[in-house]
Design a protein around this ligand. Sequence first.
Ligand SMILES: C[S@@+](CC[C@H](N)C(=O)[O-])C[C@H]1O[C@@H](n2cnc3c(N)ncnc32)[C@H](O)[C@@H]1O
Length: 229
Amino acid sequence: MTPPSDSAAEVLPDYLRSVYNWAYLTPWLAPLLDRQLVVQTILWGNAQKLIDEVLSELAPGQTVFQPAAVYGDFSRQVAAAIGPGGRLEVRDIAPLQVNLTRRKLADLPQAHVAWGDAAAPAATGQFDRVACFFLLHEVPDDMKERIAPAMLSLVAPGGKAVFVDYHKPRGWHPLKPLMRRIFERLEPFAFGLWDREIEAWAGPLAQEFTWRKRTRFGGLYQVVVAERR
Ligand SMILES: C[S@@+](CC[C@H](N)C(=O)[O-])C[C@H]1O[C@@H](n2cnc3c(N)ncnc32)[C@H](O)[C@@H]1O
């Protein structure tokens, strides 16, 4: 799908404009943030480990759906893991992010980037893998309830959806009070992942999947793999 222009504000959801304007919609700042070092810093040095969790679920030749752009190297590493015989479909709801990601992946013929809303993907049931990397914590709860099942609906029989995102850290975690403050100020929708499992956000379709969850870094992050039976 052809992305609307960078200034096509009417396609942007309210939550993106009101909460994340600085991070994803500011043309001069976005290219500065779109670096692996920035992602690595924001994730307390865990970015590569969490990306590796996704890569461990991939194999050459697979088809992968990525519902939203990710700053840094994530998409390039996914594209490398599936190789030239695979296909990576990346979508994003912000035209600016579509254009940035297109440029970033231009030399990788297996990568295709287009505008799209993760809550209403055009395709169904055709991907070997869905890689949902730190999207759910950035959307309001009513969108979590739409995006989680939408991601499952894209998975082919025997395929997997891999969700990597925040999780409620253990009680003793030294960063818990700070993360609470950061969420209150900058990431207000992230608490929905502290309070409820991703499986629960996915609704009735979750029953068609086998779920595995592992937590990382004292429980601050979760890797959830849902495999379609
Ligand atoms: C994947 S999330 C966060 C990733 C992580 N914080 C990082 O390092 O970039 C960020 C992206 O989600 C996109 N986004 C938000 N809501 C969306 C939706 N409903 N559909 C598709 N993309 C969406 C934003 O435009 C933004 O580019």
